[in-house]
Design a protein around this ligand. Structure first.
Ligand code: GRF
Length: 220
């Protein structure tokens, strides 16, 4: 190890499904756009596409199957053990479809990010694209935020705003939003590993300046 150059940040990514956001971050690490290494991808569901994608990047994978535990608390304890084996600097939730216990959230406070497909604080929870369409919104989008004990409620880091078109359906809108997910998540991870992004007392800071409630906003 070169003492002049610190080691790349260690990133653990949690997934439940296809892993396209994980792939976007992995590609940015491979290109050295992010000075980080994905040291593990952990899924709560066996057999999902994201595990194959991670393997194709040479990233170690693990399954901690939530159906094998009798309570949320017990699952989270095992998940924390699995994560901590890899001594991560950053935990990235990328389509990880589990509600986390307060102990879990506290353990990774200030070093855990999530991506949510809406312009938070609008549309916390599920079915965000459907809800935006039903409300007749002209704009929709996606948010990366720090994770707090409040579900989908931690401070926003970055949002991409996308237009809602007159002939949009759930699939076309989801596709347009996902293109932006793959843009903003690598940016947020890059900022974090560069030490430019922090969370203090429930607020997000970029270069020591408190971010607005929306986070940094990009218009797609
Ligand atoms: C994304 O749409 C993300 O916003 C949501 O779950 C989906 C995960 O997709 N939280 P992928 O597994 O990254 O392809």
């Amino acid at each position: 190890m070169n003492p002049e150059k610190p080691e790349p940040s260690r990133i653990v990514i949690l997934i439940s499904g296809s892993g396209s956001n994980m792939q976007a971050i992995a590609e940015a690490c491979t290109k050295r756009e992010i000075d980080g290494e994905i040291v593990a991808v952990i899924s709560n569901r066996p057999g999902v596409m994201g595990l194959d994608r991670a393997t194709s990047f040479g990233v170690p994978t693990q399954v901690v199957d939530h159906t094998e535990y009798s309570s949320r608390e017990e699952f989270d304890v095992h998940l924390m053990r699995a994560i901590d084996e890899y001594t991560p600097d950053l935990v990235v939730l990328a389509g990880f479809m589990r509600i986390l216990t307060p102990d879990f959230v506290r353990r990774y406070k200030g070093r855990m990010l999530n991506i949510h497909p809406s312009l938070l604080p609008k549309y916390k929870g599920l079915d965000t694209h459907k809800r935006a369409l039903e409300a007749g919104d002209k704009e929709h989008g996606v948010t990366v935020h720090f994770v707090s004990e409040d579900l989908d409620g931690g401070p926003n880091v970055i949002q991409a705003v996308v237009p809602v078109l007159d002939d949009d359906n759930i699939d076309t809108l989801r596709t347009r939003v996902q293109v932006q997910e793959h843009v903003i998540y690598p940016i947020a991870v890059k900022w974090f590993v560069e030490g430019r992004l922090t969370m203090e007392k429930g607020d997000a800071y970029f270069d020591n300046e408190m971010l607005p409630d929306s986070g940094v906003q990009l218009n797609a």
